[in-house]
Design a protein around this ligand. Sequence first.
Ligand code: GDP
Ligand code: K
Ligand code: MG
Length: 303
Amino acid sequence: AAVDATGQRCGLIAIVGKPNVGKSTLMNALVGQKISITSRKAQTTRHRITGIRTRENTQFVFVDTPGFQTKHSTALNKSLNKTVMGAIGDVDLILFVVEAGSFTLADAKVLSLFKPGIPTLLIANKLDEVHRRAEIAPWLKGMQERHPFAEFVPMSAKNKGDIERLFGICAKYLPEQPFWYAEDELTDRSEKFLASETVREKLFRFTGDELPYTSTVVIDKFEEEPSKTHKRFVRVAATIVVERDGHKAMVIGEKGERLKRISTEARQEMERLMDAKVFLEVWVKVRSGWADDEARVRSFGYE
Ligand code: GDP
Ligand code: K
Ligand code: MG
């Protein structure tokens, strides 16, 4: 390979796996900031999200992806899977994330999508939840027989030491070329996009398992206004779209308590993220069947 005169390395690293294995948690730990929303529910991540981290002469451009959906074939799920496929086509390295010690049919399905030739690391995440560590070695040996992984990385996305080690491993696979982004850039996503994701995360977090995944958030207004009292002032109006009247009642909660909590926490997080004073209004609307309606799925911002 040609040696780049700047001595810089830079490349694209896709984070891929079935739902809930910790992809977004890993991405946020690598970026050092919360860029991608996380929750214990599948379908939390619905878009391709780029997270950037520049360390000395290396720029890591991570791509977090939705978990590959193998269960229901709605228009939304098809769109999510397309996003995953698009993200793994042309990268320098794939981080294939599974839960340490486990390999299910859903994991196998994801692995079968990989084109040969792209170096792939097996990230055996949530090692902290494995109580019988002795079983990991034979499990890794079995994984070695399934796929020619470049390396095995048993780790916990929550452990800073493991993240440090992972940076060292990833750097080796990135080509020598000048940086693509400014050194302090963290994501290629807009503040408006991050605002809608923030509302969606709080929605997922504060509604129990009773709220189906077929809800989404649309930003109706995102305007920065001049302010005498604040460095930045941003006015945001968001609509939570649900499928049924019953779901709407669930989101609003008794005397509006739940919606208030969602709004307050979302606003606080937006203020941290944007370093601005935020005025946030959140509405709830019913649009039955939107997740099965291709045109609607597109109009709500999915690819
Ligand atoms: P994704 O769907 O693959 O993006 O998964 P998320 O990042 O949203 O994480 C799913 C759940 O797993 C969340 O509740 C995380 O807090 C949890 N999680 C992620 N990484 C770890 C880890 O290393 N250890 C443990 N114990 N939990 C983790
Ligand atoms: K999740
Ligand atoms: Mg995710």
